[in-house]
Ligand binder design. Structure first.
Ligand SMILES: *Cc1c(COP(=O)(O)O)cnc(C)c1O
Length: 485
């Protein structure tokens, strides 16, 4: 067990709606968990985005926010924190990650150029495409295989990367993007070895290389645990090396920087920074605040430092593993190895009788809500299919753990809820799509069930306090000595 390096000072009341209320709520929401009201949710595992608890240091720092339009002290403190932890030269704050993605795509992508990436992230891909780019996957094959236990599914396929750049020619490549703790593969890290090789190749072939460094803290922890020769290095040291291997990065700071809102573009390229600052004044705000208030920048500066705190990151990853262990030991199909920020249920195996055209992951997320007021998110054909292209990819439900927000009791309750759904799985029907917005359809699409849902009120599965011990590569987590702050 990884002990929490914090105690609770401020609480937010939550309550569990009745089964009848939950049934009404999911119908009103069109069987889309994004459209539920938070008051109708008991444990909210929709996302780790903006849902972390802030620390007392962050709250105290917020009092110091300098709301000056230009030249804000808070901007300079944020810039100092970013340079200390990551080391990039330029910082352009944005309201959140997609603001930075927008700027980077507008600066680097010419119409018809390719963006080469390990799988994709929804908003990252949309911004590249809106700028005229063509998103192209260069992930290793294991990234798309939920049953592969490859320790670094966030790696880029180096052969494929080289072939594409050589075949298409340097001028047709906008940039290479590598995402930390690759969300679409289940929160899976890249290795330092792979990152170094991508750096070398992009240097050799003269292609810009940017990280989506969101969740790089957890990626750094996985490197320390799993990569030969890295166990003795500190988390800040590994983070610093990760950052040193790319020309820059976009961050959604709503994840491992512990802020409710914020993000930024960081770069070492003076020309990219200049052009991004020209655009940020049009779309976000003056370059000294982007889309953020002074107090937001203060909370972010402190959050960046906490993201490099090993006990904090190790406890968080430990919570994710704890929930995964409870489900695994009951035979629930999940993506392995367990990733950074979430447990991903494999809906293709969980609801094997529901064909993918009937949205099994969308339905599974709705069923888990009805069964226990637990909110999760579809990461499958609804999020992944694009402009009616055929889609053969993963069909997952993401139970995402907010940082520092829930206790072990909450996680036990979540596991029990999922197990009740698992017990009734054969009675769960598929869904029909009844409304589809033109872009990012998963946010607002609406569905109707093809048959009534089961009750989920069978005897709750009784379990003793689990004795789950992590397996394989993850076992090293327990062996990594705790470091002092
Ligand atoms: C959340 C996220 C984004 C988008 O950031 P927002 O802050 O939600 O706009 C981009 N990339 C990754 C990997 C993310 O997790």
């Amino acid at each position: 067990m990884v002990l929490p390096p914090y105690k609770i000072k401020v609480v937010e009341p939550i309550h569990l709606p009745s089964p009848a209320q939950r049934r009404r709520a999911i119908i009103t929401a069109g069987f889309n968990t994004f459209l539920l009201r938070s008051d109708d949710v008991y444990v909210d595992l929709l996302t780790d985005s903006g849902t972390s608890a802030v620390s007392q240091e962050q709250r105290a720092a917020m009092e110091l926010g300098d709301e000056s339009y230009a030249g804000s002290r808070s901007f300079y403190r944020l810039e100092t924190a970013m340079r200390e932890v990551y080391g990039w030269q330029h910082l352009i704050p944005t309201h959140q990650g997609r603001g930075a993605e927008h700027l980077l795509s507008r600066v680097l992508v010419e119409p018809g150029q390719l963006v080469l990436s390990n799988l994709y992230f929804t908003t990252s891909r949309v911004h590249a495409e809106l700028a005229g780019g063509v998103w192209t996957d260069v992930s290793i094959p294991e990234a798309g295989d939920p049953e592969s236990r490859h320790p670094f599914k966030g790696n880029i396929d180096l052969g494929k990367l080289r072939d594409l750049i050589v075949r298409e020619g340097r001028e047709r490549i906008a940039f290479v993007r590598q995402e930390a703790c690759l969300n679409m593969a289940g929160g899976q890290p890249f290795s330092l070895e792979n990152l170094r090789a991508v750096r070398a190749l992009t240097r050799e072939l003269d292609v810009p290389f940017y990280l989506d460094a969101t969740r790089s803290s957890e990626n750094a922890l996985f490197i320390a645990e799993r990569e030969p020769g890295q166990a003795e290095r500190s988390l800040p040291e590994i983070l610093r090396e990760i950052a040193s291997l790319a020309d820059g990065a976009v961050f959604s700071s709503k994840k491992d920087h512990f802020v409710p809102i914020g993000g930024f573009l960081a770069t070492n390229d003076d020309a990219v920074a200049r052009r991004a600052r020209e655009l940020v004044v049009v779309y976000e705000g003056f370059p000294h605040y982007g889309g953020l208030a002074g107090h937001d920048m203060e909370a972010l500066a402190q959050g960046i430092r906490e993201a490099a705190d090993e006990p904090t990151v190790a406890h968080y990853v430990g919570q994710v593993r704890y929930l995964a262990g409870l489900l695994q030991e009951a035979g629930v199909p999940i993506v392995e190895p367990v990733g950074a920020h979430a447990v991903f249920l494999d809906a293709k195996r969980f609801l094997s009788h529901v064909p993918q055209e009937q949205f099994p992951a969308q339905m599974l997320a709705a069923a888990i809500y009805v069964a226990g007021g637990v909110r999760s998110m579809e990461r499958g054909i609804v999020s992944g299919q694009h402009d009616h292209e055929p889609y053969e990819g993963l069909e997952l439900v993401r139970l995402t753990i907010p940082r520092r927000a829930y206790s072990r009791e909450h996680l036990d309750y979540v596991a029990e809820t999922v197990l009740r759904v698992f017990a009734a799985r054969r009675e769960i029907p598929g869904l029909a799509l009844v409304y589809e917005p033109p872009t990012l359809r998963f946010f607002q699409a609406r569905f109707e069930p093809l048959a009534p849902l089961p009750s989920f009120e069978g005897a709750p599965v009784r379990r003793e306090t689990p004795q789950w011990a992590p397996l394989g590569a993850e076992a090293q987590a327990g062996r990594r000595p705790a470091r002092s702050r």
